[in-house]
Ligand binder design. Structure first.
Ligand SMILES: [Zn+2]
Length: 266
């Protein structure tokens, strides 16, 4: 019997996959998530997924990730994955501190990306939020930010379509934020958002302008990455919730950093 992955003769160690078998050597090379579901996967899927996962793992994860939805892919920092290779995206929240004043905690927003039929292969932090908690008996419940739910739905719709209309998503997010204040039906809002997205010119930083980010960091163009990082460390120290800062300000420091990083002098 021949290994479906390396085409060598299979020795005493044999692993059954969706169609045929693979050798022990090839099995050992697979990431653990693939090993778990290997019985149901075909050789070409194993190869493809293995490549995706390995490339994801080789990137510098950790800290704050720059999560970006592009036309037909998702980019996380420098790593890019095609929408057609993703089955689902999920956001979650992990509290990082004890419950504080005003029933608030801060924590990390993390993202999970499912590839193929393998769920949750990639998971890392993309931001920091302040949340409201409620207590019931011995349990503490954290209310997920509404925006995150909407964004998650929109991203998953995009994945199903296989093509991303970022303007449409931005408009939907804005429309949802204003919902309730406006006396409009859901359908007309969606229609309007769609129309607006076609007419409006692309703007990358709608929530935080480059100018206000520069002002916060006290930098003037051109500035270097080293200068930016130095200032970042100062601001993080100053506004870290552990040091008495607010989570809102802390997350603004993060957002501004991401914006400024794109404007670093080459
Ligand atoms: Zn093999």
């Amino acid at each position: 019997m021949v290994c479906k992955l390396c085409n060598n003769k299979i020795g005493k160690e044999k692993y059954r996959i969706g169609k045929g078998c693979i050798c022990g050597h090839c099995y050992e090379l697979q990431p653990s998530v693939i090993k778990k579901s290997i019985r149901h996967m075909k050789a070409n899927n194993i190869e493809k997924l293995s490549e995706i996962i390995t490339s994801a793992k080789s990137k510098p994860w950790g800290g704050f990730l720059n999560f970006m939805l592009c036309k037909d892919s998702i980019r996380i920092n420098d790593w890019e994955i095609k929408l057609s290779d993703i089955s689902a995206v999920k956001f979650g929240f992990k509290p990082l501190c004890e419950v504080g004043k005003d029933n608030q905690v801060y924590g990390d927003i993390f993202v999970q990306i499912g590839v193929g039929r393998v769920a949750c292969i990639i998971e890392d932090v993309i931001g920091r939020e302040e949340l409201i908690y409620s207590i019931s008996g011995k349990n503490i419940y954290y209310k997920r930010p509404k925006n995150l739910n909407i964004l998650e739905t929109l991203i998953n719709q995009t994945i199903q379509k296989g093509i991303c209309d970022t303007d449409y998503i931005k408009e939907r997010m804005c429309a949802k934020n204003k919902a309730g204040a406006q006396d409009k039906t859901k359908k007309s809002q969606e229609e309007e958002a769609r129309k607006n997205s076609r007419n409006r010119k692309k703007s990358d930083e709608k929530t935080f302008s480059l100018d206000s980010a520069k002002e916060m960091y006290g930098v003037v163009t051109p500035f270097t990455e080293a200068q930016l990082k130095k200032k970042y460390r100062e601001l993080v120290k100053k506004h870290h919730p552990d040091q008495g800062g607010t989570a809102l300000m802390f997350s603004k420091v993060q957002s501004a950093y991401e914006i400024l990083l794109k404007s670093v002098a080459a």
